[in-house]
Write a protein that binds this ligand. Structure first.
Ligand code: HEC
Length: 119
């Protein structure tokens, strides 16, 4: 056979395009990590929205400036004091705003649950 009939070609093309769209949609929903609990997922959303601008993990790219705040990866690997972390989030520090008027206690719980997944 010299060339594939055009209807088949069209179908293959369509399947490829539809496939790539569904991959993109999945990535955008970002909600489908089966290893994460509901509250870790909620904490991740809040962290990305409110904390990651200053606490993004360091990128391996010398053209990108360091994050404004320290990386919080691995914070709970050792003996991180959860009460102190909670206090920092609520009251802030000289260079970090406090979130006591923005978050409910349950939301801070979710953020801390997510921070524990940052190895
Ligand atoms: C405006 C930038 C900024 C934002 C937004 C921000 N932080 Fe910070 N954060 C900092 C800086 C800077 C420090 C380091 C302390 C200092 O220099 O005052 C810090 C310190 C911390 C620490 C203490 C780290 C340690 O090793 O003791 C924790 C925990 C923390 N931030 C959590 C959060 C969480 C959770 C959020 C989102 C709810 C958040 N931060 C949002 C800038 C920020």
């Amino acid at each position: 056979m010299k060339f594939i009939p055009s209807a088949t070609r069209f179908l293959v093309l369509f399947a490829l395009i539809a496939g790539s769209f569904s991959v993109q949609l999945h990535a955008q929903q970002g909600n489908s990590d089966p290893k994460m609990s509901q509250s870790e997922m909620e904490g991740k959303k809040l962290f990305i929205q409110r904390c990651s601008i200053c606490h993004l993990p360091r990128l391996n790219d010398p053209t990108v400036p360091d994050a404004f705040g320290p990386s919080l990866n691995g914070k709970f690997n050792g003996t991180a004091d959860e009460a102190r972390v909670r206090e920092v989030i609520m009251k802030g520090t000289p260079r970090m705003p406090g979130f006591q008027y923005s978050f409910q206690t349950s939301q801070v719980d979710q953020i801390i649950a997510f921070m524990k997944t940052l190895k």
